[in-house]
Design a protein around this ligand. Structure first.
Ligand code: ARG
Length: 590
């Protein structure tokens, strides 16, 4: 369905033209004075300058042209030249009726199967997932689902950090712990065992120990660097260990991401990019883009329009090693070969901003992506503790994601058990669903680029701008609908439909529902999940005011009651769709 704003604008354009003014002045916006009107057009002010007339005269002429139109219950020109509009309640009710009939609730898809790659998650293999990876996973999953809902072919790639020094560190720590393993026997020429020589819990201990050792013991660090170098150059025993690290780690990562309801189409990583690198380096040189600088190979990326000086992108270090940027360029070459996406969306910590500016510019200069291909980096801020510093455990260590989730679930569980309306078992399940919503909504509701404070008590509260509040609203609607089904369904008129609003809260709820398609489209166009959060928070408030004003189940006018049932069903459907797109679900009860 066309968006309400556009439908109004179409009428307004015709009116402007009929009155002799250019249609481009007919822009409609949501009113910022809901007490005065619902929508407004401020174009008469700009037109006045161009046509050398008084704004109010232009506004008055346009309004006269539209007076009597069935779309509006009120359209007025007010000083100095605003056009204030209220939608006819019947028109609005019919619009919502139209939404009910459509699978996507009136959304007009902007995508037609075009491929978009979302690079998110970014876990580093064998290192524990910590809260820093949380934001990437949560925001990326939401962005991916938003695009999918709008009709794009979204491909999410976790892009693992699986080719770095951590691998050498693990190999050398493993050697210290288990020197007799065949991988360390240089004279061994047989097959390598299929079974990994460590479990996930061992591996989780090996990495931090090794990384600690490397900080203290330069000789150990050097061994790790050598091992990494050998691995990267295809040394068979280390490749065999690497494969074990990958399989043990991946199983664990999949479990962890699964608990977050985060799912990737691709489980690629930096290691997959390596095979493109020799060609890439050669190509950048052949094209005259890469040049030597202090022994390293670099590509200049500065442009005259830059407001600050941007350093060149290093694609090969003086010791011959490839870098993070080289991997990302190699990955782009693979993605172009496999998918030819129309757009790339990378979601990482905002401290990586320069890296992506460099990578995008090199990719464009070298022609690895088409000029029209969009490349965007969503850089997010830090999740801080209440002290304003990056979030830590109570003991001051890095908070692991698993532990964070467990803490939230248990706090939510306690809250649910306070009411004691459900069994312990059900409370446990519900706590997981609500906990995830608390965590994800708490993150997504902030504009991504901003830092935010992780405040457990606030996030799990059933009141205020929180995930649990949104879920609570959905659960409340479900419970009204159930009661209605049980007690009065037989009195319901057969052709129940949404009737024009009679009350203010009712109309407000209806106006907000009608914005659904607009909000969804915009939120994705701006890669801004927080706009959906803002919308569902306001929609939930609107529902709760409406519910407060009206005794739905006690209403005696059965046609009115049936209309309300339709209205709240649509409210539930819109909310449920929105939270699914954001990446969480509502329980049946809570
Ligand atoms: N593994 C990286 C990190 O932990 C994030 C990867 C992001 N994606 C990318 N294509 N560079 O910082």
């Amino acid at each position: 369905m066309k968006k309400i704003l556009n439908l109004i604008e179409e009428k307004m354009r015709t009116a402007f033209e009929t009155c002799g003014y250019e249609a481009s002045y007919a822009r409609i916006v949501l009113s910022n004075r809901p007490d005065l009107c619902e929508y407004q057009c401020n174009g008469a002010m700009a037109a006045a300058k161009a046509y050398k007339k008084k704004p109010i005269d232009i506004a008055t002429a346009v309004v006269e042209n539209l007076t009597g139109d069935e779309m509006f219950s009120e359209i007025t020109a007010v000083m100095p030249g605003f056009i204030n509009i209220r939608l006819n309640p019947q028109y609005l009710a019919d619009y919502l009726g139209g939404m009910q009939k459509e699978e996507k609730l009136g959304l007009e898809e902007t995508g037609h199967g075009e491929t978009i790659i979302v690079d998110y998650g970014g876990a580093n293999v064998a290192k524990p997932l910590h809260v820093g990876h949380l934001r990437s996973a949560v925001i990326g999953e939401a962005v991916k689902r938003m695009g999918k809902f709008l009709g794009y072919n979204m491909i999410g790639d976790v892009h693992l950090g699986d080719w770095g020094l951590q691998m050498g560190l693990i190999i050398e720590e493993l050697r210290d712990r288990k020197p007799d393993l065949v991988y360390f026997d240089e004279s061994y020429t047989g097959e390598y065992p299929a079974e990994a020589p460590f479990t996930i819990s061992e591996l989780e201990d090996i990495y931090p120990t090794a990384s600690g050792k490397a900080k203290e013991d330069p000789a150990f660090k050097e061994r790790a660097q050598t091992a990494t170098f050998k691995l990267q150059n295809g040394y068979a025993p280390f490749t065999a260990i690497w494969k074990h690290i990958m399989s043990v780690s991946l199983a664990d990562l999949k479990k962890n991401y699964g608990n977050l309801d985060v799912h990737f189409e691709l489980w690629k990583g930096e290691s997959d990019a390596q095979k493109y690198i020799p060609w890439l380096i050669q190509d950048l040189q052949d094209k005259g883009l890469a040049h030597e600088s202090d022994g390293a190979l670099v590509v200049d990326i500065a442009e005259p329009t830059d407001s600050k000086e941007l350093p060149p992108c290093i694609v090969r270090k003086s010791d011959g090693a490839a870098l993070y940027a080289t991997s990302d360029l190699g990955t782009i070459i693979e993605r172009e070969k496999d998918f030819q996406p129309v757009k790339y969306i990378y979601i990482t910590d905002k401290r990586q901003e320069l890296h992506f500016v460099q990578v995008f510019r090199v990719a464009r200069k070298a022609g690895y992506v088409k000029p029209e291909t969009e490349m965007i980096h969503i850089g997010f801020g830090t999740m801080n503790g209440k002290d304003g510093k990056p979030f830590k455990t109570r003991e001051g260590g890095v908070m692991r994601l698993e532990r964070l989730i467990a803490d939230i679930d248990s706090a939510v569980y306690d809250r649910i058990m306070e009411n004691r309306t459900v069994s312990e078992e059900e409370a446990k399940e519900t706590a997981k669903t609500v906990g995830l919503a608390a965590l994800k909504y708490g993150d997504l509701t902030n504009q991504a680029s901003k830092d935010y404070v992780f405040d457990l008590d606030r996030f799990i509260s059933f009141e205020g701008n929180t995930g649990p509040y949104i879920l609570y609203t959905i659960v409340r609607i479900k419970s009204i609908l159930n009661k209605y089904q049980e007690t009065q369904a037989e009195t319901a008129p057969a052709d129940a439909k949404i009737l024009p609003a009679v009350g203010n809260a009712e109309k407000d709820l209806m106006l907000r529902l009608a914005r659904f398609n607009d909000v969804m489209e915009n939120a994705f166009a701006e890669t801004a999940p927080h706009k959906i959060c803002q919308y569902i928070y306001e929609l939930s408030n609107a529902f709760n005011s409406f519910y407060h004003d009206n005794r739905i189940l006690a209403e005696e006018d059965k046609a009115r009651q049936a209309s309300w049932i339709q209205l709240i069903t649509l409210t539930k459907d819109v909310l449920t769709t929105c939270i699914h797109v954001l990446g969480f679900e509502a329980p049946e009860r809570m």
